[in-house]
Design a protein around this ligand. Structure first.
Ligand code: 6PG
Length: 233
């Protein structure tokens, strides 16, 4: 796996979760303002899991032109549409159901059909999307990101499919859909959100140069990692 040069990782140490949320909020709103003023729209990829919840709750109060926001998801869990553990349900509950983003601009990944069919469907939708403007990603304890897990194909080759089905996720549920590393990397800016003692080993592995899946994300502009300072000690 090729990797970014160390200097292309910008590690931003933040003292705690609220500071991480504040920093992430600033990046999201700056990216939105720039994208909307330059291109009239803002294509953002949302991270799943729990870390982003507080950030999403704060974004919903933002003074912005919601009609220009286009929401995509980095991955989704294969679960029934009303399952609160769906990444799209968490984002809707924390943020999206509270703001007037046109429904046709919130592009959820279907969790209610087989992952390979959902992947093909979402890939078709992404075919019409050039660069994402901002991609938010989490980091798992094993170094996974989105639903790109160690030992699985990460889709790093430039001609990789945009979206991959997962049938053996070590993080429940076993069936998921994930954007490939190549597709996640086609983003003007990529920001990882890393918080919680359980991520210590993954952060250490990442900084030691180990080939964890998060390292497969290699946007041209490099990667920003917002990480709690205690995980860098
Ligand atoms: C998921 C996420 C996954 C998540 C990390 C971190 O579906 O679970 O896409 O990649 O971002 O596992 O999760 P936490 O933020 O809950 O620690």
């Amino acid at each position: 796996m090729n990797a970014l040069h160390p200097e292309q990782y910008r590690w931003h140490s933040v003292p705690n979760r609220p500071a991480l949320e504040e920093a992430a909020l600033g990046i999201i709103l700056d990216s939105a303002a720039t994208s909307i003023s330059e291109r009239g729209r803002f294509n953002i990829v949302l991270a799943g899991g729990e870390t982003p919840r507080g950030i999403y709750e704060r974004v919903r109060e933002a003074p912005t032109d919601w009609s220009a926001w286009h929401i995509y998801f980095g991955d989704e869990r294969s679960m029934p549409p009303t399952e609160p553990e769906l990444n799209s349900c968490m984002a809707a509950e924390a943020w999206l159901s509270h703001v007037p983003i046109p429904e046709g601009q919130i592009h959820v990944i279907r969790g209610d059909i087989r992952a390979d069919k959902a992947a093909a469907e979402y890939a078709q939708l992404l075919a019409g999307v050039d660069l994402f403007d901002l991609t938010l990603l989490g980091l798992g304890e094993d170094g996974h990101t989105a639903s790109l897990f160690p030992g699985n194909p990460l889709g790093t080759a430039v001609d990789s499919p945009d979206v991959l089905p997962v049938f053996n996720s070590p993080k429940r549920p076993p069936q998921r859909i994930t954007l490939s590393a190549a597709r996640l990397s086609r983003s003007r800016r990529v920001v990882f959100l890393v918080s919680g003692e359980s991520k210590r080993k993954a952060v250490a592995a990442w900084r030691a140069g180990n080939p964890i899946p998060a390292r497969a994300i290699m946007p041209e502009a490099g990667v920003d990692v917002l990480v709690e300072s205690s995980l860098l000690e």
